[in-house]
Ligand binder design. Structure first.
Ligand SMILES: Cc1cc2nc3c(=O)[nH]c(=O)nc-3n(C[C@H](O)[C@H](O)[C@H](O)COP(=O)(O)OP(=O)(O)OC[C@H]3O[C@@H](n4cnc5c(N)ncnc54)[C@H](O)[C@@H]3O)c2cc1C
Length: 444
């Protein structure tokens, strides 16, 4: 461990020196984590304006303390690497975003959730301590006890406050297999009732759902198990999201469960139908399937894609649980895009990046994350605008990973301006990193 910590200290010192150099040059910069990003590429993107600060060397799991069930890792470690390392100890992160290439730093800064989020909240809710390189090139450590506001505000900061360079977080016991039960419901009311009731009962470790249409809503319930009578494989020829329509029960290896949506990058393969055909998958699957391959290919096609009138809608929206049925009725009537991935999500606390007024309205209840991945958006209606308006009307929250259409006034009705500005002044007074309002509130 000491050798890994020494290596880490050297890497961080050279990254901090690079930031100080940028401050001397007054050169705006942005975090470049290496690997593939999970941000929707947009023309004239202010999020990636300025010079990159390369932190791709920060890609090591530094230490796993199996007894205390804690891990210390660098932020560029992907969840594929992390799961591989922790499962060797019979442990897992509390939240494993479903795409292999999502990194620890991206999960904190970009609000990742998944099927254990009904119990554990977002990945950041398992975090105990961050090391951060500020916009001045200072290295600081924060935790719930030390610099608590900085610690809390790193979540959902999208690279605008500082760079996470080391993360300490909790792990939970894991087993080698996951047993899944898929229950199909024919109405949103029945589906919602069942989902909320399962979250309350807590009999299942994993709860999420996949909606194939307004009358075909599948609740996916899972538990870790020690052994399995068989295991299904959705990493090459077979397709997980389709299996939920056909099977009421399934067994997967734990790592295959965590990354069950990776092979198709959720359902991106639907946009190139031959990629769903078994002979084609057999022949070219290794080159084209898997989220990292697919994101790399779509970035190569970025120039072609920018000819599109608007990019597809790719976004997670967190809807307050008591407004979810209302949201879905609107979605089924006016938005209409399936599959829709549904993840119950109970934040561990009211996050201080949410404005006081909104926080008072939404309280500490359950959210339902609706993950909308790939709705075509080239017609007369701009569905991205429509979605943002609806989420605002319902007191929901929308991740900022794609297009955003907020006015400054609307933006600060949702986000906590005093807290953001306080931490921005402390960490990045000269604006080395992009500003949340200027770079993300309006990205069209
Ligand atoms: C197609 C698609 C599918 C997705 N699927 C899922 C899913 O299945 N489950 C899920 O939970 N989420 C999913 N997401 C959302 C995803 O979790 C977030 O977008 C996440 O932020 C991606 O992290 P990344 O490691 O790829 O980082 P990037 O996409 O490179 O960066 C994300 C943000 O984090 C910032 N950032 C990255 N590293 C650091 C750092 N070290 N310090 C400070 N800031 C940093 C970047 O500046 C950027 O603002 C998906 C997103 C897309 C576009």
């Amino acid at each position: 461990m000491q050798r890994a910590l020494d290596r880490h200290a050297q890497k961080v010192e050279s990254i901090a020196a690079a930031v100080r150099e940028r401050v001397r040059e007054s050169a705006p910069s942005h975090v470049s984590k290496g690997g593939v990003p999970h941000f929707v590429p947009l023309p004239g993107d202010k999020r990636r304006a300025g010079k990159p600060i390369d932190i791709s060397s920060l890609n090591e799991v530094i230490h796993i303390d199996a007894e205390r069930m804690e891990c210390v890792a660098e932020p560029g470690v992907t969840f594929a690497q992390l799961v591989d390392a922790t499962l060797r100890h019979g442990l897992a992160p509390t939240v494993v975003p479903e795409l292999e290439g999502i990194s620890i730093g991206g999960a904190v800064a970009g609000c990742s959730v998944e099927s254990m989020s009904y119990e554990y909240g977002g990945f950041h809710d398992s975090c105990l301590e961050y090391e951060v390189v500020t916009g001045e090139g200072e290295v600081l450590v924060c935790s719930p006890e030390k610099e608590p506001l900085i610690f809390e505000m790193m979540h959902g900061s999208y690279g605008t406050l500082g760079m996470l360079t080391r993360v300490k977080f909790r792990l939970i016991p894991a087993k080698p297999y996951v047993k899944l039960e898929h229950r199909t419901y024919r109405s949103i009311e029945d589906y919602n009732q069942a989902m909320v009731s399962e979250c309350e009962k807590g009999d299942f470790e994993f709860i999420d759902g996949i909606v194939h249409g307004p009358n075909e809503l599948v609740l996916c319930l899972g538990n870790f198990v020690d052994s399995a009578p068989y295991v299904s494989d959705y990493r090459w020829l077979n397709i997980y999201y389709k299996s939920t329509r056909e099977r009421s029960e399934d067994y997967l290896r734990t790592e295959d469960y965590f990354f069950r949506y990776d092979t198709e990058c959720h359902w991106m393969t639907k946009t190139v139908p031959p990629l769903e055909w078994k002979p084609v998958r057999f022949a070219v699957g290794k080159t084209f399937l898997g989220s990292t391959n697919m994101i790399q290919w779509s970035r190569r096609l970025e120039k072609v894609l920018s000819l599109k009138k608007r990019p597809d809608v790719v976004c997670d929206v967190f809807i307050p649980g008591d407004r979810f049925v209302e949201f879905f009725e609107w979605y089924a009537r006016d938005f209409v895009f399936y599959p829709l991935w549904v993840v119950p999500y109970r934040p561990a606390k009211v996050y201080p990046w949410i404005s006081d007024d909104l926080a008072a309205r939404i309280g500490e209840g359950l959210f339902i994350d609706c993950a909308i991945y790939g709705k075509p958006n080239g017609g007369s209606v701009d569905y991205s605008v429509l979605l943002e308006e609806k989420v605002y009307e319902l007191d929901g929250l929308k991740t900022l990973i794609s297009r955003n259409h907020y006015t400054p006034e609307r933006f600060w009705e949702i986000y906590n301006q005093p807290n953001y500005e306080k931490v921005k002044r402390r960490l990045d007074p000269k604006g080395t990193f992009p500003d949340l309002l200027e770079s993300l509130a309006r990205v069209e």
